[in-house]
Design a protein around this ligand. Structure first.
Ligand SMILES: O=C(O)C(=O)[C@H](O)CO
Ligand SMILES: [Mg+2]
Length: 255
């Protein structure tokens, strides 16, 4: 079964952020991910990781007050500063994956212009990340949750990965977003597996624990194993009640 890591933006929110590390370790997780470390110093977070014996798997580039800005030409300098900041944190936290957030296409910008800015920004960021030993990941997000988000489908994300090179950049395949936006999850996993560097899960439609909605997780997790996926799967869901009370599914599916 896949290796699951706790997303501390979504799980253990009953506690202040820094206390969620200990809660995750106590619940049996060996690794964590979350969107933003930037409200705390890297040293503070590193201390929590070490004290709890946890590994940092992934975090995002600064969201810039929204969902990122990689597709927005007017925010190029801010984007670049954000990438530099993220790479500094990644070095301090010994984190090998950073999610480069694409952003929302401004209403007065054509999609072609946004696409050109995105391609240039991702290529620049990959050049920065490579010597730092960090692999960037790109995540398509469904339009119902984030209307106007630039990267809409798994195939759009995979095409950028192939253009830049799989060794430098990978696809962040969030099964929740795939099911909402496109469906046909396992066929897409089969087709895109070589490009996938990270996965995330939540059930549909409620974005709660696996097993609370329409996805057949026994089948999906079995196929992920059969396809030889060796990366982490982030638990990026909203607990239906309280985090610990909802972790039963994990015992069923964990290696
Ligand atoms: O929205 C999502 O699914 C994500 O994974 C983004 O990175 C937000 O944290
Ligand atoms: Mg996600």
């Amino acid at each position: 079964m896949p290796k699951f890591c706790a997303n501390l933006k979504w799980l253990f929110t009953e506690l202040p952020f820094l206390d969620r590390f200990d809660a995750a370790a106590r619940a049996g997780f060996q690794a964590v991910e979350y969107a933003s470390p930037y409200e705390f110093s890297a040293a503070e977070i590193r201390g929590r990781l070490r004290a709890c014996g946890l590994r940092q798997v992934l975090f995002n580039t600064p969201a810039g007050g929204g969902s990122g800005m990689a597709c927005v030409p007017a925010r190029r300098d801010e984007f670049r500063d954000g990438v530099r900041k993220a790479l500094d944190y990644a070095a301090d936290l010994d984190c090998g994956l950073v999610h480069l957030m694409a952003g929302i296409v401004p209403s007065d910008l054509s999609r072609d212009t946004a696409a050109a800015a995105y391609a240039a920004n991702v290529a620049w960021a990959a050049d920065q990340a490579e010597p730092a030993g960090v692999r960037l990941v790109l995540e398509p997000i469904n339009q119902r949750d984030v209307p106007g988000f630039f990267l809409r489908t798994q195939e759009e994300g995979a095409a950028v990965v192939e253009a830049i090179g799989r060794e430098r950049i990978g696809l962040q395949f969030d099964i929740y977003h795939c099911q909402v936006a496109q469906g046909d999850v396992t066929r897409r996993l089969e087709a895109l597996m070589p490009a996938i560097a990270h996965m995330q899960v939540a059930d549909v439609p409620g974005r709660n624990e696996p097993g609370t909605g329409e996805i057949a997780w026994d089948y999906v997790f079995r196929r992920i194993d059969e396809l030889g996926y060796a990366g982490w799967v982030g638990c990026e869901y909203r607990p239906a009640t309280e985090t610990s009370a909802g972790l039963g599914w994990l015992k069923r599916f964990s290696a």
